[in-house]
Design a binder for this molecule. Structure first.
Ligand SMILES: [Mg+2]
Length: 274
């Protein structure tokens, strides 16, 4: 792919810098020291930083603790996940409706806290099925979700990722679980999280910036980069995670990032100097 980064000033002038986590600021348990340095430099220069993950299987407080242990010195206000976007979406469009959640206990607790009316496995009908990265999935839960879908419940999913990276091989994630539900019911979900418009809209609302003042850094093309590319926000691809050179060849212009860097190390040096 013939690729030319835009002038670095376009990126340096942004006000809110949004980071994907795995593959971008760390890889598994390996923390990228340069990511800590870049984020420090951004904050010291008055720019704002935020972390956004599609992984709704862990609570935000889990991420705060994890990132702090890694040295990122963050707080609740800097972290958002697809669970936040989904809860906001449910409140806006399905307030007071009964929701069956195919998700683990962290997500269940969070949705309950947000006032979502959660249904059990043996109800006659529910209004909405929300499927997620359910690491505590059972055949019984899947069957309940399918039964509600076949009876006409709206089908939502927190995020479309097919796999979640781990120390060794990737493991099945939300998109793969949805594929199973689709195979069994013929229904397809409306996905939230990255790369969908609801996520950019929520960040604008919560942070008070226009999308033209924000940029996203990530390693996954169909979520991180598409979030920017499809929603009028600057997207920066780093090659420190999932994407390899060969993936870039067939990339359509509407799916392409505005910048590609080997890692955040080079972004930091381009903006702040050596
Ligand atoms: Mg990633």
């Amino acid at each position: 792919m013939e690729f030319q980064n835009k002038p670095i000033e376009n990126l340096a002038n942004k006000k809110l810098f949004i980071f994907d986590m795995d593959g971008t600021i760390y890889l598994g348990s390996r923390v990228f020291d340069y990511a800590i340095r870049f984020i420090k430099n951004l904050r010291a220069s008055g720019r704002e930083v935020m972390f956004f993950t599609n992984n709704a299987s862990r609570s935000v407080s889990t991420y705060v603790d994890r990132l702090n242990r890694m040295g990122f010195e963050t707080c609740r206000e800097e972290i958002m996940s697809s669970a936040d976007v989904t809860a906001a979406y449910l409140k806006k469009h399905y307030a007071g409706k009964r929701v069956y959640l195919l998700g683990n206990s962290d997500l269940y607790g969070y949705m309950k806290e947000q006032g979502v009316l959660l249904a059990g496995e043996n109800e006659d009908n529910v209004d909405v099925v929300v499927s997620s990265f359910d690491t505590e999935m059972t055949y019984q839960k899947v069957t309940a979700a399918c039964r509600y879908l076949l009876k006409g419940a709206v089908f939502l999913s927190t995020h479309p990722d097919f796999v979640c990276p781990t120390e060794s091989l990737p493991i099945p994630d939300s998109g793969a679980i949805c594929a199973m539900l689709t195979a069994a019911t013929g229904k397809t979900p409306k996905y939230l999280g990255k790369p969908y418009a609801e996520t950019v809209e929520m960040i604008e609302l919560v942070k008070g910036y226009d999308r033209s003042e924000m940029c996203i850094f990530g390693d996954r093309l169909y979520t991180d980069i598409a979030l920017g590319a499809h929603n009028g926000m600057c997207a920066v691809l780093v090659m420190s995670g999932e994407t390899v050179e060969e993936d870039l060849g067939g990339l359509a212009p509407e799916d392409a990032p505005e910048y590609i860097f080997p890692s955040l190390d080079e972004v930091d040096r381009a903006i702040f100097g050596e």
